[in-house]
Ligand binder design. Structure first.
Ligand SMILES: Nc1ncnc2c1ncn2[C@@H]1O[C@H](COP(=O)(O)OP(=O)(O)OP(=O)(O)O)[C@@H](O)[C@H]1O
Ligand SMILES: [Mg+2]
Length: 297
C-alpha cells in the first residue's frame, strides 16, 4: 500500500460562540486518507468546514476531537510541516515588496541563501507566469497575480504536500487553467495536492478523488469519474452522421431492449467558449504579458 500523505481520524472542531452557550460544529467526525501523489479536492458550500479542515490538518487550528497526520507525523508536531506548502484562503503579503523580494523573503524563511535562493526565486516566478512582473510592487498586482505569488510562496521549499485553500479564487478562467496545469505538472513530479474549492468544474479536471462536505460532515467521497458516471447510460458522439443512420441506431436500440434517451448536439462549456473568444492566439503562452497589456490600455 502506498504511503499516506494525509491521514485524518475522527476529527471534529467545535467553535464556541462568544457570550452564548451555543457552539458551532464546523467539522464533525471526519476521516480522510490521502495517498502520496494523489490530488484530492475538498468540496463544499460556504461555511461547510473546508478551511477549518485544512487548518486542522496543517496543525494551525487544534481539533476538538480526533487527530491528523502528515506523512505519518502528528500535525501537532511542528516538524510535520517541513515538507508542506500552504496557500491560505486570504493570503496577506506586504504590498511594498516586489514579486522577487516577496519570494526571497519566504525563501530565506525556508533556509535558502545565496545562489540557491536566487535560482529558486527565478524558477518560481517563471513557473507561475510572473517573470515579467517580478520587479513590480505587489500593490500593483491584480487579484489573479497575487494568487499566483501566493502559489509560488507555497512552493518555495519544494513541498511533498501542497495544501491550497481555494487556489483559483478571484482568478479568471485562463488564469485558473494555468493553475490547474501547474497542479497537474506538480502531480507528475509526485507532489501530493490537497485543495478546497466550490468551483466544481475546475476540481473535476485535476482531482483524482473528491470529498464533499456539507455542514462539516463528509457526505460523499470517491473518484471523480465514478461519482459522476450514470451507470446505466452510454454516450455516443458521432461526426457527420446522416439522419437515416440516426434513425437506424434508434431502431436497433429498441430491438435490443435499449432506449434512445436523448439525441442532441454536443455542447462546449461556457469556460471553453470564454477561452476561445478571449485568447485566439497561442494559448500555451504565459498570461502575465496579457494581464499587463490589459492594465496598460
Ligand atoms: N475562528 C472561528 N471562530 C468561530 N467560528 C468559526 C471560526 N472559523 C470558522 N468558523 C465557523 O465554522 C464553520 C466552517 O467555516 P470554514 O471557514 O471552515 O468553512 P469553509 O467551507 O472554508 O467556507 P468558505 O467556502 O466560505 O471559505 C462556519 O460556520 C464558520 O462560521
Ligand atoms: Mg474557506
Amino acid at each position: 500500500m502506498s504511503e499516506l500523505a494525509v491521514s485524518v481520524v475522527g476529527m471534529s472542531k467545535v467553535y464556541p460562540v462568544p457570550f452564548s452557550r451555543r457552539a458551532v460544529v464546523a467539522v464533525r467526525e471526519l476521516n480522510l486518507a490521502i495517498a502520496s501523489g494523489e490530488v484530492y479536492g475538498l468540496l463544499g458550500p460556504n461555511g461547510s468546514g473546508k478551511s477549518t479542515t485544512l487548518k486542522m490538518i496543517l496543525g494551525l487550528v487544534p481539533p476538538s476531537r480526533g487527530r491528523a497526520e502528515i506523512f505519518g507525523r502528528a500535525s501537532s508536531d511542528v516538524a510535520s510541516r517541513e515538507s508542506v506548502g500552504f496557500l491560505p484562503e486570504s493570503p496577506y503579503f506586504p504590498k511594498y515588496l516586489t514579486g522577487t523580494e516577496t519570494l526571497r523573503f519566504y525563501g530565506k524563511l525556508c533556509g535558502l541563501r545565496g545562489e540557491r535562493l536566487r535560482a529558486r526565486v527565478g524558477e518560481l516566478l517563471e513557473l507561475v507566469g510572473l517573470a515579467s512582473a517580478a520587479d513590480r510592487r505587489l500593490s500593483g498586482y491584480s487579484k489573479g497575480m497575487l494568487q499566483r505569488i501566493g502559489l509560488a510562496q507555497a512552493l518555495v521549499n519544494e513541498p511533498r504536500l501542497l495544501v491550497l485553500d481555494e487556489p483559483t479564487a478571484g482568478v479568471d478562467p485562463a488564469g485558473s487553467r494555468d493553475i490547474r496545469d501547474l497542479i497537474l505538472r506538480l502531480k507528475e513530479r509526485g507532489t501530493t495536492v490537497l485543495l478546497s474549492s466550490h468551483l466544481l468544474e475546475q476540481v473535476q479536471e485535476v482531482c483524482d478523488r473528491v470529498g464533499i462536505l456539507a455542514n462539516g460532515v463528509l457526505v460523499r467521497e470517491g473518484r471523480v469519474e465514478e461519482l459522476l458516471a450514470v451507470e446505466n447510460q452510454t454516450e455516443l458522439i458521432l461526426e457527420n452522421a446522416p439522419a437515416e443512420l440516426l434513425m437506424q441506431i434508434a431502431a436497433l436500440a429498441s430491438t435490443s431492449g435499449a432506449r434512445l434517451v436523448e439525441q442532441r448536439k454536443p455542447q462546449t462549456t461556457l469556460e471553453r467558449l470564454f477561452l476561445e473568444a478571449t485568447q485566439p492566439e497561442d494559448s500555451s503562452k504565459r498570461r502575465t504579458s496579457n494581464a499587463e497589456h490589459r492594465r496598460s490600455d
